[in-house]
Each structure stands twice: as structure tokens, then as C-alpha cells.
Design a protein around this ligand. Sequence first.
Ligand code: NAP
Length: 509
Amino acid sequence: MTEIATQPAGRVADVQTFRHFIAGEWCESTSGATFESRNPADDRDVIGRFQQGTAADVAMAVRAAGTAQPMWQRTPAPKRGEILYAFGALMAQHKERLARAMTREMGKVLAEARGDVQEGIDIAFLMAGEGRRMAGETVPSELPDKWAMSIRQPLGIAGVITPWNFPVAIPCWKMMPALVTGNTVVFKPSSDTPHCATLLVELLAEAGFPPGVVNLVTGTGSEVGNAIVDNPDVAVVSFTGSSATGTGIAERAGRRLKRLSLELGGKNGVVVLADADLDLATDGILWSAFGTTGQRCTACSRVIVEQAVLDPLVQRLEARTRELRLGSGLDPDVDVGPLINAAALDKVVSYVDIGRTEGELIVGGGRALDHHLATGHFYQPTIFSGVKPMDRIGQEEIFGPVLSVIPVADYGSAVLALNQTRYGLSSSIFTQDVNRAFRAMRDFETGIVYVNAGTTGAETHLPFGGWKGTGNGHREAGHVALDTYTEWKSIYVDFSGRLQRAQIDNQPG
Ligand code: NAP
């Protein structure tokens, strides 16, 4: 097991070089080149060097996955589940070490990084149980002496392409259902979090997945990602990331009629009605808006509030936001970590410029440049009020610590504003009126709805995914996650010893 690098900032001489994992071996790329991963809280801190993968590396990984797949499929599902269970137990054992590596590599504060690892553990245990469940149906036949049932079978090789914001949870959400159902995996993590991915794959190898069942190839989306999507032997691609990248992948995969699961961008909203507990709403909104520095797929970036409580809510949000402490997520006193990289910071800066022309800046609105923050990608948590539903900052995904407050007249206008977006991942309502809470559960067009809680905090045993432009109808987590990685086979066994024709022999005329 690789030790988490503990290189002090500024020292790059003995930075460790990490490798791909193909056919059970740690190996170098055919490119002979590497790229660096750096700490977003301190750009001088180099975490490691990683293989700059090529299409040839992907072809090797796909061959290894293809060789291992028939054996893995024939391994009894309960046995596969036991290996998943061993992996979950190993993650639990190494939780703190994985969490610290995550905070160092992508910036979220340690408590949240621990939660990210815990999601990985939870899905490993949930899917381990599927090894003994994985139910199909046994139904009566319309003909005598005939048996009718359905079973799931794996698709073959799953390509898993993941973002950096949940660098342990999201790969686990994808790999666990893929593996328990008998698929083998080629995994390409985000180039911002290759160290987290490497640590995860080390634990997968240690848990006992046979060589070739899990393969890791690091490198760029345009080279490694495209090669996975284009490879005819990869039967299913599971992708989480931006809508722009997902659209490109959908076009490529569509040309090959390939199974594709997409989890894309969001513009999640919290509705606050006049009868809400405003202190509770403030807690929920701040946690959802500025947790993980606003970089969760379920982050709240819009608050749609009834005019009657606009002022008291904004006053609360402003006061509490001013108290938030920025810094390295490894510091226990810090509330908000850095953005992932310079490009993400630039994007936030440009949207705040747009926000100044669309709403009223309440708090924040600048880079955080205190001396201890100057070498990281920090931005002040920012709130705009008086935003209109169709304003750009009310519509476009910023993926940073920027919150838009949108005043509305009543519940009806709140529903309209909430649903008036191309996305549909998560939403929430704060109200003490049970009737309006139930109307919201019915009316909100999102894959996840919270009542009297913020927009984040999904648990792994219910389906996770978005409506409309957030996805393409697939779901992660819950037992429905198995649908992405399996084909249904319906089986009829006729033990009558004669020809029996369904819909004909048992019907008049
Ligand atoms: P991204 O830039 O789209 O990258 C996601 C992954 O795709 C990375 O591994 C990336 O590799 C790879 N990639 C890039 N170009 C590719 C291509 N042409 N072909 C194949 N793969 C390619 O997204 P991100 O910045 O990492 O993540 C943030 C986005 O993810 C946000 O929009 C957020 O809303 C979304 N997200 C959605 C959910 C959800 O469940 N709906 C969950 C989490 C995040 P490189 O890193 O090498 O470029």
C-alpha cells in the first residue's frame, strides 16, 4: 500500500511517481510522460506524478478487462459480493488516511472528505449484499407445464469516467454495481484527483479482485476518456462530469449504440416559504451552498424566497457567511476550502462580474488573498440578492461558492422559478405547512427533493440522479444502479413435452 505522500510545500525533488494498474500490474504509460497533481490549497505542494495515458494504454487495459471478464462473470455472485465486502472493510480501516489524501488533493474540509469515503464504504456494503440478492422475477406462465423467469447478466466491460469533486464516492458508486454484477472495469479518474484514484485501486487490489477485473488508466479526457468511449469492446460507459463533456461523450457513444449513463451539471434550488423556520433554513442553505466550496453536484446555488421573509433571511445568510473561515481543509478550524484549480477560480470570478450587473452583491465578491491563502485557489463565499429567475447567475452552473437569492410573490411563483432551468438534480423546501410540503414533493422537477433540509445529503440506498439536462435517465445508488450494468434475460422453460404456442393455443379462435 502506498503511503500518502506528505511532501512539505515547496519541495518537489523526491515527489513519488505513480502508475497505471493493468492486468493486476502497476505499469508505466507507453507515452513515457507524466503529469503532476497539486494541492489546490497550496499550489507549491506537489502530491505526485501520474502516468500520461494514451489510447494504446487504454487498449491494453480493455484487453486485460476482456480476458478477465468471463472468469469474473462465472465467479458466483455471492463470492463477488464477499470481495466487495472486503473492499468496504479495507476502506473503513483506511478511512482517515483516504480522507486526508482527498483533502490534500481536492480541497474539501476533512469532515466532508470523511463523508465522501463513508459513501464509498456504504455503497460497497450495499452492493456486496446484492451479490446474494440481485433479484429477477419468477412469474406464472399463461401455459401449463411452463416456467417463466428473468435474470440479470453483465454487459461485459464497463468504462468508468469520473470527476474530482467526490473522488472516492463517485468511482465507488459506479464500480461497485458494475463489479458485483460480473462486469470488469476500466477506470479513468479526473486528472485533478489521480492520487485518490490510485489509493482506491490499491485497496481494490488488496481486497482480492483478480487481475484484470479492475484496471486504472490516468491521463486526459481527450486521449484516455475518448479512447474508452470509442473502444468497441467497452459495452457500457458510466460518466459523471460537466454537461459539455457529457454531451460530447453521448454523441460518440450514440454512434456506437453504446449503453451510457450520464450524471451531469445542476442548478439546485432551495425554496423558503414565509412560514419557514428561518434559522433552520439558514443552516441548510449555508451547508448546501458553501460546503465543498459550492462544488457539489447537489450544491444549492439558488434560494427562492417568498418576499415576506426576504429581508430576515438575507440578513441571517449574510451574517453567518461573514463568519465562515477559509483555508486548508486539513485545518480543523476551517469551514471552506479552496476551489479545485485556477480555471475554476477564473470561472467564479467571471460569474461574479456578471452577477454584479444582474443582482445586488450582499457579501463576498472577491478572491481571498490573505497571506496564507495567496498560493491557493480561494474565493470568498458570495451572495447576490434581487436575482431574477432567468438571469445568467440564476440559470448557469457556476460550481463555486456563489449563491443567488431570488425573491418571489408566493408558492406558485416559487415552483415556476425552481423548475425554470435546464437541470433537475436536487431541490428543497423549507415550510411548516404539511400540505405545501407535499405539493412541493409532487411539483418539483428534480430527481431528489428534500423537505426542511438543504439540497445535499443523499444516502446510498435510494436512487441518485437528475431529471432533464442533468442526466439521461439512469440512476446511481440504490438497487436500481444495477440496471446500468446489466441486461435482462427472460427465460421460458417448457416441460410439457409438446409444442405450446403462447397467445394462440390458450385462447379461443
Ligand atoms: P469534466 O471536466 O466534465 O470531467 C469529468 C471527467 O471527464 C474527467 O475525468 C475528465 O478528464 C473526463 N473528460 C474530459 N473530457 C473528456 C472527453 N472528451 N471524453 C471523455 N472523458 C473526458 O467535469 P469535472 O470538472 O471533473 O466535474 C464537475 C462537473 O461534474 C460539474 O458540472 C458537476 O455538476 C458535475 N457532477 C455531476 C454529478 C451528478 O451526479 N449529476 C456529480 C458530481 C459532479 P480530465 O480530468 O482528464 O479532463
